[in-house]
Design a protein around this ligand. Sequence first.
Ligand code: NDP
Length: 313
Amino acid sequence: MAVHHQILVIGTGPAGFTAALYASRANLDVAIFEGMQPGGQLTITTEVENYPGFEHGIQGPEMMDIFRKQANRFGAKSIYETVTKVDFSERPFKLWTEREEYTADAVIIATGAKAKLLDLPSLDKYWGAGISACATCDGFFFKGEKIFVVGGGDTAMEEANYLTHFGESVTLVHRREGFRASQIMVERTKKNPKIRIITNAIIDEFLGEEKMGVKKLTHIRLKDTKTGETSVYEAGGCFIAIGHQPNSQIFEEFLDMDENGYLITEGKSSKTKIPGVFACGDVQDNVYRQAVTAAGSGCAAAIDAERWLAEQE
Ligand code: NDP
C-alpha cells in the first residue's frame, strides 16, 4: 500500500526546505525526501556569508540544519530515502524509493544541480581549502591571492572577471585553443589586464601544505595538452567552472528540459508542463544558482502548489 501525502518535496537544499516550510505552514500534509545528500550542495561548502539574516556568516551544513528544523517545526516530515522513479502520467502522482511507494496530490521538485569537478584525488584534499566551484560564494575569501579558474565557457569567463575584484591576478586555464564561451565574454576577458589566459592546458595536480592539521592550496601543476610538459604555478585559489549537471534525469520521461537538462518552468512561476508538478531551485535555474534565490523559488513553488491544490477542490 502506497504512503500518501498531499505534497511531496524531492530534494533538500534551500529550495526544498523552503518549499516544505511554506507548504506545511499553510497546513498542508507535506513530506520531504532528503535523498543522497541531505541539505544539498551547501553541505559541501564551508562558510556562507551572503545569506541575508546571518550577519556574521554561518557554516553551510549548520544553515541547512536550521532550515530542516524550521520546516519540521510546522509538520513537514523528513524521509531519508532517495526517489529513484516517478510516474506523473496520472493523479495521484506516484514516486518510488528503494524501500517504498509513495503517492502525492502535488509534487515539488527541488533536486538541485551538481557542479562538475575534476577527477583528481588532490582536488578532494584541498576542496574548501583553496578550491571552490562558486566565485560568487567564495571569491571574497581570496583577497590578494593568485587565483586560477578552470574552464572555457561563459561561467569560467564570468567568474574570472568577477574574481579580479579580489585576486592579485587571475589565470584562466582552458584545455583547448577555442572557447565555448560567447564572443563578447571572451573579448571582455582578453581585455581585462588582470587576467592571463593559458590555453591547451589542464590541471595535473593541486599542491599544498598542511600546518597543524590545516590544509591549504599553494600551487597547481599544469600539463600542456599538446606537449605533455608540466609546469608549477603559485596559486592561492582555484575555481572549477566546467559546468553543472542538474539532477533531473528521473523526470526525463515526463517533463521538458533544456539541452543541458534544466527543467523548464512556465514564465515566472514554478509550474512544469504537468499541472500539479512544480520545480524550483538549481534544477530549473542555471543563471543565479544562489542559496537565497533557490530559497525564494522554493517559496514560490509552495505558493503555486497550494493555490493549485485549492483550485482542485
Ligand atoms: P559549458 O558547458 O558551456 O562550458 C564548460 C567548459 O568547461 C567548456 O569550455 C569545457 O571545455 C570545459 N570543460 C568541461 N569538462 C572539462 C574537464 N574535465 N576539464 C577541463 N575543462 C573542462 O558550461 P558553463 O557553466 O560555462 O555554461 C553553462 C551554460 O550557461 C551555457 O549555456 C552558458 O552560455 C550559460 N551561461 C551564460 C552566462 C551569461 O550569459 N552571462 C554566464 C554563465 C553561463 P570544452 O569547450 O573543451 O568542452
